[in-house]
Design a protein around this ligand. Sequence first.
Ligand code: THU
Length: 134
Amino acid sequence: MTSLDALFEAARDVQARAYAPYSRFKVGAAIATESGRIFAGCNVENAAYPVGTCAEAGAVAAMVAAGESRIAAMLVFGEGDQLVTPCGACRQRIREFAEPQTPLHVAGPDGIRADFTLESLLPFSFGPDNLARS
Ligand code: THU
């Protein structure tokens, strides 16, 4: 199995466990770190709607909780006709732990649908370096 296949399977498996009773739109996300580990997350909605969290946020939290902090590649899995690309807030969440050229794959039940880089989704971004003081 290639690492991309493993990422796809992890995101697809976790998507099935999403808690999305309000939108009925389940999303899974999986991160491969430079050490080769994979961390997954799903969206978790809430009756108080704004409290719900995205799949990408869950995957980032799982990675950080495991003591890792560099994203080598990421894949987002969702259904429907449109590409399920990360929301604006999640692009910024990913940016904290990724490089401009880090690949971000968008997939559906049919497989990989599109390949992006973080920079293409979040150009001219603000990040940790912006806070560096001389
Ligand atoms: N959602 C994600 O988890 N990730 C995305 O990339 C897009 C949207 C979730 C948030 C909400 O629970 C549902 O999908 C509908 O917006």
